[in-house]
Design a protein around this ligand. Structure first.
Ligand code: M6R
Length: 366
């Protein structure tokens, strides 16, 4: 069942190149220069006329939602709010018929997300689902949707669901951007081409596994870890920290790199590993100066960098390379080493990787 892997989580991490391809198959038509998604095409007017998009989700799916906020605003120029379903449903939110709600859920059974959908529907919003499990409650409760087609995800720690959710949301954002005319033809085409190359690049990122294992060995006894990123990679920092927490039980926090000096920098000493996402595209110089600040306080730096990087390599204790891509697609690559790192640390600490304590794969009670 585990396809020769020791754990479902590792199997699912390695399935990502195929899962991402399955997600965009039949939708991403590079030669034709179009994105085909029935759930969007059939409701195009409604979606294009939206005042804003509200994304609701929990956990890792909420992190995918945060990534989508950058993509939707950047490419399609649509205002986006990303909400924890559990907060949204209980705070008497302002929702109108002009809102489009996107609900993201791997299982399609998360109680808070389901309740938030019902609330949004009762206020007249149009609700679009991004689910993995076909025929799930959320898939049925939403007006329209797009499946991620990631295949079954058994490990409690979500991996391929996250990258395939980002893939679907990117396709939607690109499609809306094209319809709205907020992206040039050539830029649109460039995005399609780059997205098509992502599965091979994920494959390449996975080849760093042995090196990542060594990094895991170095930091497996840490009591606390910080994860930093900016822009598109800020949500990846949150996701990296969540992955470490839930399967290795090491306390970890994700932060936007520039927020460090508003508090968390006080935590930094030689005991504190800081994982910094510092890819070439996207605020690179600013992240490098954040790294210098950590270094001057004796923090241990592990940089997630673009292949061939020099500046971060000179400053960091370790670097893990990922292939180059356009900025909006970097989360699909920078996530990979952070998943592997958490996996190896949890295995080294002899934790139950696939079924961590106190957690359920789908949270069907609030
Ligand atoms: O099935 P869902 O995507 O709605 O689940 C949401 C969260 O419960 C889930 O992402 C959880 O945070 C994972 N264990 C994270 O790895």
């Amino acid at each position: 069942v585990k396809g020769g892997y020791d754990h479902f989580m590792l199997k699912e991490i390695h399935e990502q190149p195929v899962a991402i391809k399955d997600t965009y198959r039949g939708r991403l038509l590079v030669k034709e220069g179009i994105i085909r998604m029935a759930g969007i095409d059939d409701n195009l007017e409604r979606i294009l006329n939206a005042n804003r998009i509200i994304v609701i989700a929990c956990g890792t799916s909420w992190h995918a939602g945060l990534v989508s906020e950058y993509i939707f605003e950047d490419l399609a120029r649509i205002p986006v709010e990303v909400e924890y379903a559990s907060e949204f449903r209980y705070r008497n939110p302002v929702i109108t018929e002009k809102d489009v709600v996107i609900a993201i859920s791997q299982s399609g059974e998360t109680a808070d997300t389901l309740a938030a959908i019902k609330l949004a529907k009762s206020k007249g919003a149009f609700v679009f689902g991004v689910c993995n499990v076909v025929g799930s409650s959320i898939a049925r409760e939403t007006h329209a949707g797009a499946y991620t087609h990631a295949g079954p995800e058994i490990g409690v720690a979500s991996t391929k669901a996250f990258t395939t959710q980002i893939t679907v949301l990117t396709l939607i954002a690109l499609k809306l951007a094209k319809e709205k005319g907020t992206i040039s033809k050539s830029e649109f085409q460039h995005h399609l081409q780059e997205l098509e190359l992502i599965p091979d690049k994920v494959e390449k990122a996975l080849l760093q596994d042995e090196h990542i294992k060594k990094v895991a060995e170095t930091y497996k006894d840490a009591k606390n870890c910080l994860y930093l990123g900016r822009g598109y990679n800020f949500p990846v920092a949150l996701e990296g920290a969540l992955k470490l927490k839930e399967i290795s039980y090491i306390h970890a926090e994700g932060y936007p790199a520039a927020e460090m000096k508003h508090g968390p920098i006080a935590l930094i000493d030689e005991q504190m590993p800081v994982f910094v996402i510092a890819t070439k595209k996207g605020h690179y110089e600013k992240v490098v100066s954040n790294i210098e600040e950590i270094k001057s306080r004796s923090g241990k730096i592990i940089g997630i960098v673009t292949e061939g990087d020099v500046d971060v390599k000179n400053l960091a204790d370790h670097v893990i390379e990922v292939p180059e891509t356009i900025e909006s697609l970097t989360p699909l690559l920078t996530t990979i080493p952070l998943q592997l790192l958490s996996y190896h640390i949890a295995v080294m600490l002899d934790k139950n990787v696939d079924q961590p304590r106190n957690l359920a794969k789908s949270v069907t009670v609030e």
